[in-house]
Design a protein around this ligand. Structure first.
Ligand code: TGC
Ligand code: FAD
Length: 386
């Protein structure tokens, strides 16, 4: 029996029935609702907001959280959700990553009961949109050097500073913002419309054009004590959220790579050059084989990482291995697929160039490749090279 070129090791057979059902239902959503509109959204620099209710209806927002209207799925299912969404576009997966792992997760993990009741059910229904403000303009790789700060004033806090490159910012109803205080870094829930808070969109991106990216500005923004996350202080608060989101990205980018390989496989079999299909050339087959090998490796890495996550044993440096390997794999494949399409590869008719441009962001955000390499280096040697 011929192997599935997008799943050479039959990873599908290692999934439970529930995991397969989740994957299939998200795949249908992507085929029916994302793929028909996404290229136009990308060209128009527009996030397809009307998809939000569809994502919510399938339980994809905060899908691995328990209670508060969330689906309570396992880590593998969350990974498969990201994989299918990113087969459509990294911008759609980004929206779900930020809503779920970066905004709902910290409220769920570190919020008060009132905060959970107030925000999580609405966020799961897609009625409230969240964003996550960690990166600052002077250097995102080193969030410990944070300039945004909050000072106590009576029962309130006063927030000043700015954040940069914030996914969902301009469409968000609430922002989880990390700021320096006398007690170290704390998390603040800042609601849209709070005086002194502004979230302008960053225009003219060449990447993630179907995703909203914004700056956040805080000019003497008064935040009540009730909006401070009580359960965490220090850098481990935001970094623990990043661990969740990076896990999803490690799965997500597999979908982008699969979309590129699927299209270039078809193309290379029908494109006839020098009297034979492009796919009948040795160098083309070597390149295709290399893509399938790298996708297979990435799938197995993600699957084992998911098993570790579901067993409660996943370590941040293990996530770094997968985020680094899988983003690099997907970006290299998208670039190579773009090349194998020749001139057609720069056309919006084909998906690789869009995925390639998106993946330039994905390999940068949630920790650049270098940050993940140095994290693994520190794990191996016990020496901090940051
Ligand atoms: P370091 O001393 O290593 O750690 C400080 C404290 O945090 C703990 N910790 C972690 N906890 C949970 N998960 C992790 N991944 C953790 N990494 C570290 C650590 O144990 C320590 O705890 P404690 O109790 O001892 O205080 O901190 P460092 O200053 O040396 O920094 C390390 C470094 C460079 C790895 C970190 O700063 C880093 O990861 N930098 C990259 C920043 C980054 O990834 N930013 C992403 C912003 S969000 C984003 O990009 C969203 S895009 C979303 C989308 O659209 O999909
Ligand atoms: P810098 O930190 O200035 O890094 C510049 C270069 O220096 C990189 O190549 C880096 O690898 C390298 N470098 C850094 N340190 C070292 C070192 N010690 N040794 C060697 N090289 C080093 N942030 C959020 O908080 N929330 C979001 O929702 C969010 N969404 C994003 C969406 C998009 C589309 C993008 C592009 C970014 C987003 N980010 C978000 C920000 C993202 O996390 C940062 O861009 C990323 O962490 C890198 O920070 P920086 O851009 O400031 O680059």
């Amino acid at each position: 029996m011929a192997l599935n070129p997008l799943d050479l090791y039959d990873v599908a057979s290692a999934l439970t029935e529930e995991e397969r059902m989740v994957q299939d239902s998200v795949a249908r959503l992507v085929d029916d609702k994302v793929l028909p509109v996404i290229q136009k959204c990308f060209e128009e620099h527009r996030f397809p907001r009307d998809l939000i209710p569809e994502l919510a209806a399938l339980g994809l927002l905060g899908s691995s959280l328990k209670g508060y209207g969330c689906a309570g799925l396992n880590g593998i299912s969350y990974g498969l959700i990201c994989q299918e969404l990113e087969r459509g576009d990294s911008g759609i997966r980004s929206f779900v990553s930020v809503q779920s792992s970066l905004c709902m997760y910290p409220i769920h993990a570190y919020g008060s009961e009132e905060q959970k009741q107030k925000y999580l059910p609405g966020m799961a229904r897609g009625e409230l949109i969240g964003c996550f403000g960690l990166t600052e303009p002077h250097g995102g790789s080193d969030p410990a050097n944070m300039k945004t700060h909050a000072k106590r004033r009576g029962k309130d806090w006063v927030l000043n500073g700015s954040k940069m490159w914030i996914t969902n910012g301009a469409i968000a109803d609430l922002a989880v913002v990390w700021a320096m205080t006398e007690e170290g870094i704390r998390g603040f829930i800042v609601e849209k419309g709070t005086p002194g808070f502004d979230a302008p969109e960053i225009e003219r991106k060449f990447s993630l054009r179907a995703s909203v990216t914004s700056a956040l500005f805080f000019d003497n923004v008064v935040v009540p004590e009730a909006n401070v996350l009580p359960g965490v202080a220090g850098l481990k608060g935001p970094l623990s959220c990043l661990t969740q989101a990076r896990y999803g990205i490690a799965w997500g980018v597999i979908g982008a790579a699969q979309a590129c390989l699927a299209q270039v496989l078809d193309y290379s079999k029908t494109r006839v050059l020098f009297g034979r299909p492009l796919a009948q050339n040795q160098t083309i087959q070597v390149r295709l084989a290399d893509m399938a090998r790298r996708i297979t490796t990435a799938q197995l890495l993600a699957l084992q990482l998911g098993r570790l996550k579901d067993a409660g044993r996943m370590q941040p440096s293990q996530v770094s291995v997968a985020k680094w390997n899988n983003c690099r794999m997907a970006l290299d494949i998208a670039r190579d697929c773009r090349d194998m399409l020749g001139g057609a590869g720069i056309s919006a008719e084909y998906v690789p160039v869009r995925h390639m441009l998106n993946l330039e962001s994905v390999i940068t955000y949630e920790g650049t490749e270098t940050i993940h390499q140095l994290t693994i280096g520190r794990e191996l040697t016990g020496l901090n090279a940051f």
